[in-house]
Design a protein. Structure first.
Length: 127
């Protein structure tokens, strides 16, 4: 898959290249339809090229889907992290209030919540 992007093509450009090459193969197949029963070497080569291009098209489609899933998982992870931090804060506040009510003071040390400093950018390794 890396060889598709090693020349700096983005996803849309790679999709377009594959689509145009598939159209070329289809046009060649339409114009070269003959009455012979056995396929020529040229026809076999075009069939192989067509199979390879369809496989590459499927790989690109799968990559788009994987990137979409990864983005969704990362977005949901941040939402879940925010929710967990809020719940932790509420639980801490409840413990402080209970301590004030029971002991007349606060003996619970305030802990800083961990920060989320990790990058959420998608890269090829994530996918």
């Amino acid at each position: 898959m890396d060889y598709v992007f090693k020349h700096g093509f983005d996803q849309a450009t790679a999709d377009l290249i594959i689509q145009l090459q598939l159209q070329d193969v289809c046009l060649h197949a339409e114009y070269s339809k003959g009455k012979s029963r056995e396929a020529t070497d040229e026809e076999l080569a075009f069939q192989l090229q067509n199979n390879d291009l369809e496989s590459m098209s499927q790989l690109l489609s799968d990559r788009r889907m994987a990137m979409s899933f990864a983005a969704t998982v990362q977005a949901d992870a941040q939402i879940l992290l925010d929710s967990q931090m809020e719940e932790d804060s509420i639980a801490k506040d409840r413990d402080i209030a209970r301590d004030w009510r029971e002991n007349g003071g606060c003996s619970i040390a305030a802990n800083d919540l961990p920060s989320n400093s990790e990058s959420t950018a998608l890269d090829n390794e994530t996918i």
